[in-house]
Design a protein around this ligand. Structure first.
Ligand code: FAD
Ligand code: NAP
Length: 532
């Protein structure tokens, strides 16, 4: 879409990204009378749901919960069709929100922010885009996403492959028809696990290249009935009380301790397995702190895999053994394990026979070449920091974010970074973010930021910056809390372990009481921030 670049425009706030975070931020800013400009690299709103159009993409949190809570009317008017909505429906929801609240008028689409530079004399950010825009803003809000920088491994020879290659996180809008093709899928995280059953339905032959087996629980997806909707609304106030009160933290819930007898514990696993969904992880309060407790739950899932997969050797390879259950985002699937009973599906265990290269013909492992017509990378994202670090961010005194985060991301409450005044990050590292229902975390951050900006305006202040000492204390606390759990035992993207050379730091905050802490900080006049 051609448009003249914005040169010299001055606004109160720039918002980078128009997923659920950016959309709500823009709405709140305008509602509170701030002038705004949004920038979005994609062609429309929706973020994750705009880009991840691979077959089978759907949410892993029930749709009624994976929706905005900030407008009761919106929440009551929108009718989800399934327990776990598929990507087209979630994107339609985002589009509905944009129409209903006239959000698109504030956003420049197909525009990538390249650099942002803080001007200390003016206390303003200079924002430059790939369309030649140069916009000055007092406040800069990064809603660039935690899982928005797709990443394909640098496998030698990939460019020589004769057929098309796809990444689940940047799927073609027109869709892909694999009918009659020999397809390879590399990666068995959530994206692989969701897409593999559907691709297997279309392809003449599907070869799944698995390096690490992941735990997956059945979604038990189903159409949403009036009864389910009724139950949801009956429990809504209690749920919101929990979200807005103590939060939905992990671990350490003594009320939910495993019962003494193995029979009682098995019965509980069976009950949750039959219910389906990520709620399986709520089985015991100490699932993510006690290796022994965790191992029993993990064995239960492995036994289920062995029941579902007919070939015992294949079941063995699909059974995760290298990380405690829940220390990587649990996958929620529909028919994933059963797919390996199909005659047209093969599983290649890359632990035994690693990929050595890609040729024109297909994927070459240490023992064999697998001829393919198309290759899908379900290989994930440069999570939590990728989108921010691909922007040239320069704060006070020209400090570079890339340098400040060279040893791992540091942010106060996951919301602000010392040395980068007037910049806020939605669901940044050091906040619950990717460990939570992200829509809830997004709303909490947006509401905290808007309160802060309103109070800054009232007090006629033009600059707020995280204090380095407060940030150091918070970062140490985030690490200390994580160290008390089993999370650091997994080579996960939470730890940055999926990106060669990325510092291994547990990035999200797993502790309880996060929302309360943020509120206390604000109520104490932004304790841990320097205001000017
Ligand atoms: P995003 O939706 O990622 O939006 C960020 C936007 O910023 C993107 O559109 C991107 O193009 C844009 N952007 C980035 N950099 C720039 C730049 N430099 N210039 C301009 N624009 C830029 N979470 C859950 O809680 N439940 C789920 O069920 C769930 N399912 C998921 C399924 C998939 C396939 C994936 C990948 C993630 C899922 N998530 C889920 C996490 C999901 O990312 C969040 O729930 C939520 O959608 C994030 O919204 P956001 O606005 O913060 O970021
Ligand atoms: P992911 O969880 O990071 O999984 C990537 C997969 O690719 C892993 O199996 C990984 O194996 C494999 N891989 C990476 N590099 C490889 C290489 N060089 N050779 C072989 N295999 C390689 O990514 P994702 O599946 O896209 O999911 C990312 C996150 O997005 C999820 O955890 C979740 O938060 C969100 N998501 C949610 C849903 C949902 O259900 N709603 C769906 C998709 C995504 P290793 O483990 O060995 O590295």
């Amino acid at each position: 879409m051609a448009r003249a670049p914005m040169r010299g425009a001055q606004v109160d706030a720039v918002v980078v990204g128009a997923g659920f975070g950016g959309m709500y931020m823009l709405h709140k800013l305008r509602e509170q009378g701030f002038s705004v400009q949004g920038f979005e690299a994609g062609g429309d709103v929706g973020g994750t749901w705009y880009w991840n159009r691979y077959p089978g993409a759907r949410c892993d949190i029930p749709s009624m919960f994976y929706s905005y809570k900030w407008s009761d009317e919106l929440q009551r008017d929108w009718r989800w069709s399934e327990r776990y909505a598929a990507q087209p429906e979630i994107l339609a929801y985002a589009s509905h929100v944009a129409d209903r609240f006239d959000l698109r008028s504030m956003i420049a689409f197909e525009t990538r922010v390249l650099s942002v530079t803080f001007d200390e004399a003016a206390d303003r950010w200079a924002v430059v885009t790939d369309r030649g825009d140069e916009v000055s803003a007092r406040w800069l809000i990064m809603a660039a996403g935690c899982l928005s920088t797709p990443r394909a491994p640098a496998i030698p020879g990939v460019e020589t492959f004769a057929g098309p290659t796809y990444h689940t996180g940047a799927w073609p809008h027109e869709g892909v028809d694999f009918t009659g093709q020999r397809v390879g899928v590399i990666g068995t995280g959530s994206s692989g696990i969701q897409s593999i059953p559907i691709i297997a339905d279309q392809a003449s032959r599907l070869t799944v290249f698995q390096r690490t087996a992941n735990f997956s629980v059945p979604a038990r997806n189903a159409p949403l009935t009036e009864r389910v909707i009724d139950v949801f609304w009956k429990g809504y106030d209690d749920y919101m009380g929990l979200v807005k009160g103590p939060g939905m933290g992990f671990g350490g819930n003594p009320v939910n301790a495993p019962p003494e007898t193995a029979e009682a514990r098995q019965a509980r696993y069976e009950e949750l397995w039959a219910l389906g969904g990520a709620g399986f992880l709520a089985v015991w309060g100490n699932l993510l702190t006690s290796l022994e407790v965790n191992e029993e739950a993990a064995s239960f899932v492995r036994a289920k895999i062995a029941e579902m997969v007919k070939d015992p050797l294949v079941a063995e390879v699909l059974g995760p053994r290298d990380h405690p259950i829940g220390t990587k985002r649990i996958c929620v699937d529909t028919g994933y394990y059963e797919t390996f009973n199909r005659p047209n599906v093969d599983l290649v265990n890359l632990r035994d026979t690693p990929i050595e290269g890609i040729t024109a013909e297909g994927v070459r492992t240490s023992t064999e070449t697998y001829p393919l017509d198309a290759l899908v990378f379900a290989t994930g994202f440069d999570a939590m920091t990728g989108a921010l670090l691909s922007i040239d961010i320069r704060g006070a005194g020209g400090a570079e974010l890339r340098e400040a985060w060279a040893a791992g991301p540091c942010a106060y409450l996951g919301l602000a970074v010392a040395g980068f005044p007037n910049m806020f990050v939605i669901t940044g590292p050091g906040s619950p973010s990717v460990l939570s229902n992200m829509i809830n975390s997004i709303e909490q951050h947006v509401e905290w930021i808007i309160r802060c900006l309103g109070e800054m305006r009232e007090a006629d202040r033009t600059r707020i910056e995280a204090d380095e000492a407060a940030q150091d204390t918070w970062v140490a606390h985030v690490a200390a809390v994580a160290d008390k759990t089993l999370f650091p035992r997994a080579a996960s993207w939470y730890m940055g372990a999926n990106i060669p050379g990325k510092p291994r730091v547990f990035m999200p905050y797993i502790g309880a009481g996060y929302r309360r802490k943020c509120e206390e900080v604000a109520a104490a006049g932004y304790e841990g921030f320097i205001l000017a």
